[in-house]
Design a protein around this ligand. Structure first.
Ligand SMILES: Cc1ncc(C[n+]2csc(CCOP(=O)(O)OP(=O)(O)O)c2C)c(N)n1
Ligand SMILES: [Mg+2]
Length: 578
């Protein structure tokens, strides 16, 4: 506490995952901490349903979360708590810090919901009107919460912010600002606290220390696990693998064989379909996959042949029907990844990533293995029009540190995207897929091997190229036709497919210069998304065929023509640079 809010201290401005063992998630964006907790509690329920056996409750813990007025005002609290009620996540215990204060003052002017009734309507058990400063009352409430395993519990705790500070308690000034020396002196008097600053009396330390209780609990668990291991050796080994986050030993070989098979087959299908095929191929190998979609399963194609929905009465499945709740889905996935035992993936249309934007950022900030699946990736979705056509979202994702953003061009790149994202243990990935069919690309063995370097030469010319075309996703096939046209006209043109720029940028300088030699400045980037991101690849002398407006409602092929995503326009644009 002495180094509160100082660089790399364990007591950062908001708790940060990774800085101290007790910090289970990074909180601060209101409403997300409690939603993480709901994801964690669902993970516990599902892991228990998958691994517990009669006489062996090896996964068996409660999830506790604290929330304030701010969390309850945030929309995500409705999304998440509504779903938690429906799924009957019974071992979740939430404490509401009902202090009547938020940053701007007393909440009567902006928050007058009947919170107990609201949560009863969600199907929660509500324990109202507890004095949050009365430890005995709280213990009793916690026992009542534990005794109900059918419903999540909200314990409403009436509290006074800044309790004990005679002039500031009950006021918003206590929220973040220090009390100041004078008021601290008065508070000490009020609370009859005679010890020095940072002096923790031994009896208080002992009362609060969980060292012995924690040791005991761990020993008891270890004994139960040994018994479980004896009775169910395979399950026990599998549980350890799952919790460690290791993929099965044969995953790499099997997944690689699948990628090679796709290269040989050469299907021309939508990348969202290719994504589903990949889940079908990898799903049987990975029982840790915990999928879902925000009410768009039939469009996102996130269900596979082994999909089993998680319900209130049977949590043993591998798929969450999140309903129309993009933000809760994303923040819950963060909670599931933090809990362990699962690799969560969840989907929506790319444009609605924005509803969940900050949870994607939190996954990246905490470097969690979460797979965000986004389909309907551009104006290529067509008739749904500009409200559904993403333009600036891909750049936004690419600008997020530690997030890998994939936009594959065919079945092969789609499978590599899934494989690489699943194997990545130090951060989340966004997998972006098309609604429309995409043409298969030819690759030799070394091109195939380079897909998981994020960018690679898909088609090359004899000798030194005069120009380079860089394309992603649905525009690769069109750029490939343009490359053929230009080659026939006698130009030396290289086509680079760039499914994951972040990964390409992590390659060594030599490889990057091999793909994009600095001396070749005639460069055209093609992507049906915002143009700006690509100038770092093509330079100010280069050209970008992309979007600078929101799109329009029309069939996809008309929109592609109107915005210049045609082989003719690409070829013309390249020749203008030569
Ligand atoms: C999403 C989000 N919006 C705004 C903020 C800034 N902020 C921090 S605390 C707070 C409200 C505090 O009210 P409450 O949750 O009741 O906490 P209390 O002051 O009672 O401790 C706000 C608006 C934030 N952290 N996250
Ligand atoms: Mg408050």
């Amino acid at each position: 506490m002495k180094s509160f809010r100082q660089l790399h201290s364990k007591t950062a401005g908001h708790p940060e995952y990774g800085y101290a063992p007790g910090i289970e998630t990074t909180t601060g964006p209101l409403g997300q901490g409690m939603t993480n907790a709901i994801g964690m509690a669902l993970a516990e329920k599902t892991l228990a349903a998958q691994f517990n056996r009669p006489g062996h409750n090896i996964i068996d813990h409660h999830t506790y979360t604290f929330l304030g007025d701010g969390c309850l005002m945030e929309g995500i609290s409705h999304e998440a708590c509504s779903l938690a009620g429906t799924l009957g996540i019974g071992k979740l215990i939430a404490f509401y810090d009902d202090n009547g204060i938020s940053i701007d003052g007393e909440v009567e002017g902006w928050f007058t919901d009947d919170t107990p009734k609201r949560f009863e309507a969600y199907g929660w058990q509500v324990i109202p009107a507890i004095d949050g400063h009365d430890a005995d009352a709280l213990f009793a409430a916690i026992e009542a919460a534990k005794s109900n395993t059918e419903q999540p519990t909200l314990i409403c705790c009436k509290t006074i912010i800044g309790f004990g500070s005679p002039n500031k308690q009950g006021k918003e000034d206590c929220h973040g600002a220090p009390l100041g020396a004078d008021e601290i002196a008065l508070a000490r008097k009020e609370l009859d606290w005679t010890y020095g600053a940072f002096d923790i009396p031994a009896e208080v330390y002992e009362e609060w220390s969980a060292l012995d209780a924690g040791d005991d609990a761990e020993q008891i668990w270890n004994q139960s696990f040994n018994a479980y291991h004896k009775a169910h050796p395979d399950l026990a080994t599998e549980l350890l693998r799952r919790v460690a986050g290791d993929l099965p030993a044969d995953f790499e070989a099997q997944a690689q064989a699948y990628v090679e098979q796709l290269q040989a087959e050469g299907s021309n299908i939508a990348s969202r379909k290719a994504s589903q095929n990949s889940i079908n191929a990898f799903g049987p190998l990975l029982p840790e996959l915990l999928g879902g979609s925000a009410d768009l399963a039939g469009s996102n194609l996130t269900k596979w042949s082994g999909t089993k929905g998680i319900t209130r009465d049977d949590a043993s499945g591998n798929y969450v029907f999140y309903g129309v709740r993009e933000f809760a889905m994303s923040a819950m996935m963060n909670g599931m990844a933090l809990h362990g035992g699962f690799i969560p993936y969840g989907a929506t249309f790319l444009v609605f990533m924005e509803y969940a934007r900050n949870a994607v950022r939190m996954a990246a900030l905490m470097r969690q293995r979460v797979l965000f699946v986004y389909t309907h990736d551009s104006i290529g979705l067509g008739e749904d029009g500009p409200t559904h056509q993403p333009v600036e979202q891909i750049a936004n994702l690419r600008l997020t540190p530690h997030l890998d953003t994939w936009r594959p061009c065919d079945t092969v790149e789609s499978a590599v995207a899934w494989k690489t994202a699943l194997q990545r243990t130090d951060g989340p990935s966004a997998l972006i897929f098309s609604r429309q069919n995409l043409s298969h690309q030819q690759r030799n063995a070394s091109q195939l091997a380079n897909v998981n370097r994020g960018g690679y030469i898909l088609q090359d010319c004899q000798g030194v190229p005069e120009a380079i075309i860089i394309a992603t996703g649905s525009e690769v096939g069109i750029a490939q036709q343009a490359t053929d046209t230009l080659t026939k006209q006698g130009h030396r043109v290289r086509l680079v497919s760039m499914p994951c720029t972040e990964l390409f940028e992590r390659q060594d300088a030599e490889y990057q210069a091999h793909v994009l030699p600095p001396s070749i400045t005639a460069r055209v980037a093609v992507e049906a998304a915002h143009t700006d991101y690509w100038y770092k690849y093509v330079g100010l002398a280069g050209k970008v065929i992309g979007m600078t407006d929101f799109g329009a409602s029309a069939p996809a092929h008309e929109l592609f023509k109107m915005y210049g995503f045609t082989a003719d326009n690409i070829a013309t644009t390249v020749t203008e640079l030569l």
